[in-house]
Design a protein around this ligand. Structure first.
Ligand code: DGL
Length: 276
């Protein structure tokens, strides 16, 4: 029996470098897949914008990735998923999307104190998606949510372990620690980049939940069930575009062990995104 394969790429996007935390896990889990990544650095941070505006950007990005013949799009951004995932599914019937949502469920399963924390962008907390996650998974548990305005910008600026970033994080996390959280959900794909700092602040008694591995498993499941996996012998790759400055990407790619990745400049013209 011959098994069907599909060598088209997988599209992945975020407002900037955050989604690379998801792309790198997908790259490890599915080494024969070609990944096309777009970071919309020119419009970053999404989390301080109106959800309608983020939805408009997301539609432009998905159109560009589909013009690149992507077989699936992974929205490696909680804010864009909250703003656009259901509208994108409606506008592209039959097309495969994987989106992010704050991983409240594993945190609730883990807690012994009955109190868990979620950090995410302001826009994510304002979304219906977040409300539905809490309603579905956190019936008998107290969920404390804390937006972190300014943190994404610090991370994009490479301020990963500076006194200011630490002070900002302590200001957000200490009140949750005072209320005895024992699990903390990273509800923004940028935040795993400062995970070592977060771990230092919360200490070993708090389980940190990063949904990236679960997202990679979901991508794999979908590819397999729709017979869309690449030839196992294919040489996978990661190619990045940014609407901002490519050098910020190189620093993080280096840290993620993906230093040889090509990063190209992309341009918006009106609502149309060009990925040259
Ligand atoms: N990385 C994004 C997220 O997961 C968005 C961050 C931002 O641009 O504010 O929400």
């Amino acid at each position: 029996m011959t098994v069907a394969h599909d060598d088209r790429p997988i599209g992945i996007f975020d407002s900037g470098i955050g989604g690379l935390t998801v792309a790198s896990v997908i790259r490890q889990a599915l080494p024969s897949e070609r990944l096309l990544y777009f970071g919309d650095t020119a419009h970053m941070p999404y989390g301080q914008r109106h959800l309608d505006e983020v939805r408009k950007f997301s539609f432009g990005i998905v159109d560009a990735l589909r013009r690149k013949h992507c077989k699936m799009v992974v929205i490696a951004c909680n804010t864009a998923s909250a703003a656009a995932l259901s509208a994108l599914r409606e506008a592209h019937p039959g097309y495969l999307f994987v989106g992010m949502e704050p991983a409240v469920k594993p945190a609730v399963e883990h807690t012994r104190t009955g109190t868990v924390g979620v950090i995410a962008t302001t826009a994510t907390f304002q979304s219906e998606l977040y409300a539905s996650v809490v309603e579905r998974f956190a019936q008998d548990v107290q969920v404390l949510h804390q937006p972190c305005p300014g943190l994404v910008k610090q991370i994009e600026a490479g301020e990963l372990d500076t006194p200011l970033t630490e002070e900002m994080l302590r200001g957000w996390l200490q009140p949750m620690l005072d209320k005895h959280i024992d699990a903390l959900v990273l509800g923004c794909t940028h935040y795993p980049i400062v995970r070592p700092l977060i771990e230092r602040i919360v200490g070993p008694g708090v389980r940190i939940v990063d949904p990236a591995p679960a997202i990679a498993r979901q991508v794999q499941r979908l590819l397999e069930s729709y017979a869309l996996t690449s030839m196992p012998t294919a040489k996978g790759s990661l190619t990045c575009w940014t609407s901002g400055e490519p050098s910020t990407f190189h620093v993080l790619l280096e840290r993620l062990g993906l230093g040889s990745t090509e990063v190209r400049a992309a341009q918006w013209s009106g609502d149309v995104l060009n990925l040259p």
